[in-house]
Design a protein around this ligand. Structure first.
Ligand code: G3I
Length: 379
């Protein structure tokens, strides 16, 4: 009898120790346990900063160059491709067993000065864009598993933005609706058939005219076999407000079309003062609640496969410079890399098994199709 009590006690101790060992302690461990991607945008020039690199490798299983793959960085001159920064990001990722998202191949703004609409005919722009997509994706084939092929092509009314790629002067498909977007996706699939191809957008996370236009485009593309695998939802939140029910509804209707959704640029700005006064605890708490609601909407949607923040430390974030210093502190880690309440909220969502869908049963995912299954082949 005594021996049985002893062995039961031993077993209980062992189980407790095992649970303690296997309990996730970082965002990455929590995400890894469920085949979820937790990513962040990175600046390769910061890799030499020990705390930057150590936090990055410990907490994330996916990274995306914030700027390193954009035309204005890669192709400062028409015939000069400088992959240095992008290659540095890939090297870091592969040294730390992380996936790499590519961003972005087609954007209406922040293009280099030489790429002036006045200097090219539509036929020349078509050749130029096809060559750009081909050279970028062939260079990173096997290293970048997913690309934001086209970024921010719609305006807030759901109309296609006028742009060098659409109709000023465009690539020969001017004023033919989403045909130029379709063409970019077809070129991208030809360049790297293994890569997952995303359309990425801002302020179309909840249900609005822009989101509806994207939904209709995906429905049309899927019906006609246009190679699109997912929608990137940037989720830049400037005012501590999110309609998470509408976010979840939008995610759900898109995944039912057979594509993935990924949160690609999450940050939640709070008011900051130019004289660096301490952040208000109420703002930090509300920020944490917003991170929690956004993460929960993704984790509860079958087919939402990634949560990615746009940077991870307040020390390096676009928000401050783009809000003339009135807003900032938008990320899970503070400027000194201390975990903020937002980190804890994100961690608790990722680590709470009851709230997430185990992606290993992806066969039962609504609209599960090759792209999602191919996604699992990458994991
Ligand atoms: O590094 C140079 C610096 O040497 C120079 O002195 C300074 C002044 O011109 O510019 C610095 O480069 C800036 C770079 O950010 C690094 O801070 C560029 O001018 C500036 O244009 C660039 O802004 C980036 C912006 O996209 C445009 O490419 C931001 O970092 C980046 O966070 C932002 O990211 C976008 C996504 O790609 C798409 N979704 C929205 C998101 C936020 O705007």
């Amino acid at each position: 009898m005594k021996c049985c009590l002893l062995s039961a006690a031993t077993l209980l101790l062992f189980a407790g120790a095992l649970a303690a060992v296997s309990a996730p302690a970082t965002l990455r461990q929590a995400a890894d346990s469920d085949g979820m991607l937790i990513g962040t945008a990175v600046r390769p020039m910061q890799f030499s900063e020990t705390l930057y690199s150590a936090t990055l490798a410990r907490e994330f299983n996916m990274i995306e160059p914030e700027d390193a793959l954009k035309w204005w960085v890669i192709r400062r001159e028409e015939n000069d491709f400088d992959f240095t920064q992008g290659d540095e990001v890939v090297r870091f990722a592969e040294a730390h067993n992380m996936k790499v998202r590519g961003h972005c191949l087609v954007w209406h703004q922040y293009n280099p000065a030489w790429l002036s609409p006045a200097d090219f005919t539509p036929a020349q722009l078509s050749d130029l864009l096809k060559d750009h997509i081909n050279r970028m994706m062939k260079h990173y084939a096997g290293h970048v598993f997913a690309w934001d092929v086209v970024n921010e092509a719609f305006d807030e009314k759901g109309r296609l933005r006028e742009s060098i790629w659409y109709n000023q002067p465009g690539i020969g498909l001017a004023d033919q609706g989403t045909r130029y977007i379709e063409q970019a996706f077809r070129w991208a699939h030809e360049a790297d058939p293994q890569a997952l191809l995303f359309y990425n957008e801002a302020e179309a996370e909840t249900l609005n005219r822009k989101a509806d236009a994207i939904y209709e485009m995906v429905k049309d593309f899927r019906r006609r076999g246009v190679p699109i695998d997912g929608i990137g939802m940037q989720v830049h939140i400037p005012n501590l407000q999110i309609d998470s029910a509408a976010l979840a509804a939008n995610m759900s209707r898109l995944t039912k079309l057979g594509v993935q959704v990924q949160i690609t640029e999450l940050d939640v700005a709070i008011p900051v003062s130019p004289d660096k006064k301490p952040l208000h605890p109420d703002d930090l708490q509300r920020q944490a609640e917003v991170y929690k609601e956004v993460a929960a909407a993704c984790l509860q949607t079958r087919g939402c496969t990634a949560i990615q923040t746009w940077g991870f430390t307040d020390k390096y974030s676009w928000v401050g410079s783009h809000s003339r210093g009135t807003r900032g502190a938008a990320l899970p880690f503070g400027s000194s890399y201390a975990r903020k309440p937002a980190y804890q909220a994100l961690f608790e969502e990722l680590a709470s098994p009851s709230k997430r869908h185990n992606y290993r049963d992806s066969g039962s995912l609504p609209g599960a199709s090759l792209p999602l299954l191919r996604f699992h082949m990458h994991l």
